[in-house]
Design a protein around this ligand. Structure first.
Ligand code: HPA
Length: 272
């Protein structure tokens, strides 16, 4: 795996003109258009990066966009893999995130589409992830530990970096975007939840549910990246509204959040 990381690193470095962006942003379902706000863009297909994942879900292409957001250099990851696509994709996820670290990225910003448990955070609301519950029934670090990247037993008490959370709050104020805050619970999917499952998750202390993000957070924390995250609420969770949940509905909901997510991140890249 480290050979693949080395090869991908060299390809990316050859496109960077000597300036490594401090931050990479993973664009969740329906949020890929943030990459359109970049200027001076270079696009690399994941298929040209050895070991990178090949996403199979509509709304997730598979491209790295390197460019400037609001004059700040960033890497946007357009397209991610989810564990429901197959647990055999986890090694590719590791290659992707560890390559960012190897290139010199320091901060990973994760965005996603999520169901909300709180009526005060309705469709279209960006909600900052303050903590998470890994309810995926697996962990991407299972197996032999590669000590080169991080410890066997990584601590997770600040899985979501406090300073970056403060910067995100400040950015929301400056961009005049109302953001909620909450605990994100990751399920394996691909089914949406039953109302009974949502009731259980509320009792567990979750505010948001989705099928992504936590595996990336774990791999990133393990290798020493600082992580921040924002969910775009695309629906109230199962049983909380009459709207039938579907992937199309997720993409429609993301559309409502898009301008707010964009304003938020344009400010955030300036503030960190
Ligand atoms: N559940 C799980 N994943 C999701 C949801 C949801 O309600 N909305 C968007 N992604």
């Amino acid at each position: 795996m480290n050979d693949l990381i080395q090869q991908s690193k060299e390809i990316i470095l050859s496109k960077l003109n000597g300036e490594t962006p401090k931050m990479a942003i993973t664009l969740g379902s329906g949020l890929g258009d943030l990459a359109k706000s970049l200027t001076d863009v270079t696009v690399i297909q994941y298929t040209d990066l050895p070991g990178f994942p090949k996403p199979s879900v509509e709304g997730h292409s598979g491209e790295m966009h390197i460019g400037k957001l609001n004059d700040v250099s960033v890497i946007c990851l357009k397209g991610r893999v989810h564990l429901y696509e197959g647990l055999d994709k986890i090694p590719n996820l590791k290659v992707m995130i560890r390559t960012l670290k190897a290139v010199g990225v320091e901060i990973l910003a994760l965005t996603n589409a999520a169901g909300s448990f709180r009526v005060e955070n309705p469709v279209g609301t960006p909600v900052m992830i303050t903590d998470h519950i890994n309810f995926q029934g697996t962990n991407p670090l299972i197996g032999l530990n590669d000590d080169e990247w991080g410890p066997r037993f990584p601590g997770m008490d600040e899985a979501w970096d406090m300073d970056l959370q403060n910067a995100m709050r400040q950015s929301a104020k400056e961009a005049d975007v109302r953001i909620g805050e909450g605990t994100y619970l990751a399920v394996m999917g691909p089914t949406f939840e039953t109302p009974a499952e949502i009731n259980m998750m509320k009792l567990m202390g979750a505010d948001l549910v989705g099928m992504s993000t936590v595996a990336e957070n774990i791999i990133a924390n393990h290798c020493g990246l600082r992580v921040v995250g924002v969910s775009a609420v695309t629906n109230l969770a199962a049983g909380m509204s009459d709207i039938e949940l579907s992937h199309d509905q997720t993409l429609d909901g993301a559309e409502e959040a898009k301008p707010k997510m964009e304003a938020l991140f344009k400010q955030f890249v300036k503030n960190v």
